[in-house]
Design a protein around this ligand. Structure first.
Ligand code: SF4
Length: 342
């Protein structure tokens, strides 16, 4: 603003317009002079994402596909429930981690998202909800954020950190650290930095109980094995009363036996955890099947007997491929093309 010959407080006004009210054009910024709005729109652009497709599930879940300015396609998933409205945010277009059960990994890493592209997913969904419900311009209908969409958030840590700062900003969307969770496949050195440099919650995508099994499912385990990963969890600076969430996707005959459940109890015994069990969502061509309801329940029961807080997580958006590990149904994404609007 000073560079434009304006008073510096104008920057705060623009910040609020963008990050509190979700403005997508300078024209909306009614407390700026017309001349300033004009100069801003000549020198800058707003809105790094364009909504490209929206799919609604029978269970209320909505998958939103966005196109970046360079034509990449990313997806966010909105999950309303009785007591919260959660958005699952993507941090990369594609992913480099190569988990063998995950559709996103089939894209490879196309590129990491900027902080603006992460934040814009949140702003766009908040704006849609405000419009649909006739809410005030500064209302923030989303209550919770989970960074579990496309990509490995800690593989894009610097940008993630900036995005978290904006999302937690009091003059922005003002999310509490208690309502933001970041999930990692196990980038151990970054878990330490994440613990030291942010205050939001940590989730670990575990999915296996032996190194042999985990390395097959999640190649990152070859670099940082279970021992290294769990050691990082043990030294993670947990705020009072907080636990680390462990996600465990149950795949029939792969990682869902009673022995797996017993091993899991042993692995997590001395860490304050909550375990989310997720029945795998079948992805064509990847060769894995989800465990049955009965198997999932038997698995949970063994964890409960071992004094682990374990929950079978409701599967959201299965019918629109919006559930865990399914975010990649992106025609043309690999080639960086933009599909036609439906
Ligand atoms: S499960 Fe997560 S970390 Fe693994 S390939 Fe998929 S998006 Fe990447």
């Amino acid at each position: 603003m000073e560079g434009l010959g304006e008073r510096s407080f104008r920057a705060g006004q623009v910040y609020r317009w963008i990050h509190q009210r979700g403005a997508t054009s300078f024209d909306e910024m009614s407390d700026l002079s017309k001349g300033l709005r004009q100069r801003l729109s000549e020198q800058a652009t707003l809105g790094p994402l364009v909504k490209d497709l929206e799919q609604r599930s029978a269970d209320g879940t909505v998958k939103i596909r966005f196109r970046t300015q360079d034509g990449r396609l990313i997806e966010s998933v909105y999950m309303p429930s009785a007591d919260r409205r959660t958005l699952c945010v993507s941090t990369q277009a594609g992913c480099a981690m190569g988990c063998t059960f995950c559709m996103t990994s089939t894209l490879g890493l196309l590129r990491s998202l900027t902080p603006g592209e992460m934040v814009a997913q949140v702003h766009a969904v908040n704006a849609d909800l405000r419009r649909a419900e006739g809410l005030a311009a500064n209302a923030r209908p989303l209550t919770n954020l989970v960074f579990m969409g496309m990509g490995e958030p800690l593989h894009n840590f610097e940008n993630l950190k900036v995005a978290l700062g904006i999302l937690q900003s009091e003059v922005g969307p003002n999310f509490s650290h208690r309502h933001i969770t970041v999930s990692t496949a196990g980038l151990v050195p970054m878990i330490d930095r994440f613990g030291a440099e942010t205050e939001v919650k940590l989730a670990i995508s575990l999915n296996a109980t032996t190194d042999e099994q985990r390395s097959r499912l999640m190649p990152i385990n070859k670099k940082w094995n279970l021992e290294a990963l769990l050691a990082a969890c043990r030294r993670f600076p947990l705020r009072q009363g907080r636990r680390i969430t462990f996600e465990y996707v149950l795949m029939a005959g792969v990682n869902d036996t009673d022995d797996d459940a017993r091993r899991l109890v042993g692995l997590l015994a001395d860490i304050p955890v909550k375990v989310n069990l997720i029945q795998y969502n079948d992805n064509p061509g990847l060769g894995f099947l989800g465990s049955s309801v009965e198997r999932a329940e038997a698995f949970r029961e063994i964890l409960a007997q071992g004094r682990l807080a374990a929950f079978i997580r409701q599967n959201r958006g299965r019918d629109i491929a919006a559930a865990c590990g399914q975010l990649a149904n992106l025609p043309g994404a690999g080639a960086g093309q933009t599909p036609a609007l439906p």
